[in-house]
Design a protein around this ligand. Structure first.
Ligand SMILES: [Zn+2]
Ligand SMILES: [Zn+2]
Length: 617
């Protein structure tokens, strides 16, 4: 009896939407032969697990298509990912965008042929011989690394892949997919190994879901910050300067400044104190903190007077020295040190992308040192801070707790205490969260905040990390009520994270049309004819004096052209000044979306902008 038979016996409806089943909790093919009393739960194609199986099966179909079309190609791995799948190939030349439609056509043929996915288990040695005969040396390496006695292979038509499964019953169940792009990727992410050619695709349970997704992709492409940023003259990057280094142009720097001012204000209101440390610190200090041992590959080093220094990848160390600079009493706690700290990290060149992954960036970083019994309240305070700030930008978010990684320092007891403190604070705040096993920082567990932007995409920004190790390593103490010395607990936290990355996200979230309070230019004055220029200049002066970020376009050009240019710049307000405005002594503001406000005096307009800014609109 197969899983399918068992499900049929149960009399389940819409059997054709079932792609696999959980047998005693383990996902299996419908052809699996379950133990007699096994518990069998269906997996539907449109469930999370069902979609993963569908997407992974589609990657096998793509690999088959590529092998048929491009003789000599070698296959490597092809997992399901969010919304789709990819497969990495080793071929004499990288795949190109033009290849995609050809591959897609071939895939459709394979789908139409409705080939069954057939599972076979065999001794690893036999599988190695099988793949060796086909010249698939990557598969051989994978099997050797697995070190298992037996492995499973899946075959559909002419193609056999090493795979744990499960898979769809047959290729005919693939209803809606599309290949979207090609990229380079190193075998096993290792720069020293072969450069492979990766093809990405998306797959959904039906055509409607696929269409909606492709529409979102198109919208995301329009909002791409790497394109919009230079177009709006916010920032640029240059080969001459180096990869992952950002140059801020006047408008981008204004945006950044506004964001930083906002952050400083919000931190001061919550009793944080501003501090700053140098960007290079002696390597000995990085050894003391544990960074040298655990984070060295991500750091840059330099020599000064024959002494080794490390360029900071994190801002913690100076904050530790500030705390340790005098005797602290329990009455002084908590101490909350805030720094807009610029750090440098070595990211592999392959992962650098626009503002989202860079090598030099500034964090809105803070370290909170407190008595252990204050930890819970401090974590809750940070969670509320995150809620308030995300609310300003209209971001929803999800929380994830990351626990102890393999490479870590500190005692079991401290890890338990810290992990418990984070979870307790979230539960008491009534927030739900996921657990990400083994993904914590080397010195402590953390809460990651994943925000959702206007297109529903998730981005990792804020993190809250507990740390008992650094206070220990720096021998930080406070004098308790009992007159004895005690060890403070510490929280590392960022709210926006890297300012660069956050701005990248904001550009895409707002599609470059920043709210008035953040817009580098809030208003532009557009004259209808040269006659209106003297009055326009008076208005310009008044608005500037009132602190409005305003400019004027007094060129002798058609109004339509001036309006179009201002719209491309996505300036929130256009103040069109014609004879009527000049005579009556006021302005008629026009919004980005084309709506007009009533005629008003310049003072009333200043009031409108002030109100926007106060309400952070
Ligand atoms: Zn597979
Ligand atoms: Zn830190």
């Amino acid at each position: 009896m197969t899983v399918r038979d068992a499900l049929e016996k149960k009399g389940l409806k819409s059997l054709d939407r079932i792609v696999a089943a959980k047998v005693d909790g383990i996902p299996r093919d419908l052809t699996w032969d379950p133990a007699e009393r096994a518990e069998i739960e269906p997996i539907y194609v449109d469930s999370g697990e069902g979609l993963e199986i569908l997407r992974h099966s589609t990657s096998h179909v793509m690999a088959m298509a590529v092998r048929e079309l491009f003789p000599g190609v070698k296959v490597t791995i092809g997992p399901a990912i969010e919304d789709g799948f990819y497969y990495d190939f080793d071929f004499e030349r990288p795949f190109r965008e033009e290849d995609l439609s050809v591959i897609e056509e071939k895939m459709k043929e394979i789908v139409r042929a409705n080939l069954p996915f057939e599972r076979k288990e065999l001794p690893a040695q036999e599988a190695i011989e099988f793949f060796q005969e086909q010249g698939e040396n990557y598969k051989v390496e994978l099997i050797r690394d697995l070190g298992a006695e037996n492995v499973s292979l899946y075959t559909q038509g002419s193609f056999t892949d090493l795979c744990r499964g499960p898979h769809l019953p047959s290729t005919g169940q693939i209803k809606a997919f599309h290949l979207i792009k090609v990229a380079g990727a190193y075998w096993r992410g290792d720069e020293k190994r072969a450069m492979l050619s990766r093809i990405y695709g998306v797959a959904f349970s039906d055509r409607k879901a696929l269409k909606a997704h492709l529409k979102r992709l198109e919208e995301a492409q329009k909002r791409n910050h790497a394109k919009l940023g230079p177009q709006l003259e916010l920032f640029s990057t240059h080969d001459e300067i180096g990869a992952g280094m950002v140059v801020w142009h006047p408008k981008g720097m204004m945006l950044r400044h506004l964001l930083e001012q906002f952050e400083i204000k919000e931190h001061l209101a919550r009793d944080y104190e501003m501090v700053r440390g140098p960007e290079i610190l002696k390597t000995d200090l990085w050894k003391k903190s544990g960074h040298f041992e655990h984070y060295r590959e991500n750091m840059y080093f330099t020599l000064i007077d024959d002494q080794s220094y490390g360029i900071k990848p994190m801002n913690c160390l100076s904050h530790m020295l500030i705390y340790g600079s005098k005797i602290r009493s329990y009455r002084d706690l908590p101490k909350r040190y805030f720094e807009l700290g610029t750090v440098h990290r070595h990211e592999r060149s392959g992962v650098l992308h626009g503002l989202l992954r860079v090598r030099e960036f500034t964090q809105d970083d803070a370290h909170i040192l407190c008595a252990p019994d204050q930890l819970n309240g401090e974590i809750k305070g940070v969670l509320e801070f995150v809620r308030d700030i995300m609310g300003v930008f209209g971001f929803e978010y999800e929380l994830e707790v990351s626990t102890r990684p393999e490479k870590s320092i500190g005692s079991d007891e401290d890890w338990e205490l810290a992990t418990g403190a984070l979870i307790e604070a979230m539960e008491e705040t009534g927030l739900s969260y996921d657990i990400n096993e083994g993904d914590g920082a080397f010195y402590g567990p953390k809460i990651d905040v994943k925000l959702k932007d206007a297109l529903g995409r998730r981005w990792q920004c804020a993190t809250i990390q507990c740390d008992f190790t650094l206070p220990e390593r720096f021998d930080l103490v406070y004098v308790g009520k009992d007159g004895q010395k005690h060890r403070p607990a510490m929280i590392h936290r960022v709210i926006l994270g890297a300012i660069e990355r956050f701005i990248g996200i904001l550009i895409e979230h707002y599609a470059g049309a920043f709210p008035v309070w953040l817009a580098p230019v809030q208003a532009t004055i557009l004259t209808v004819t040269d006659r209106n220029n003297p009055f326009a200049e008076t208005v310009l002066e008044n608005l500037k004096l009132a602190g409005i970020r305003v400019k004027a376009d007094l060129r002798n050009e058609k109004l339509g052209l001036k309006v179009r240019e201002a719209q491309l710049e996505k300036i929130p307000y256009m103040l069109i000044i014609g004879d009527n405005e000049s005579e009556k002594g006021g302005v008629t503001p026009r919004l980005r979306n084309g709506d007009n406000l009533e005629f008003m005096t310049a003072d009333a307009f200043i009031g409108t902008i002030d109100k926007d800014c106060r309400q952070r609109r």
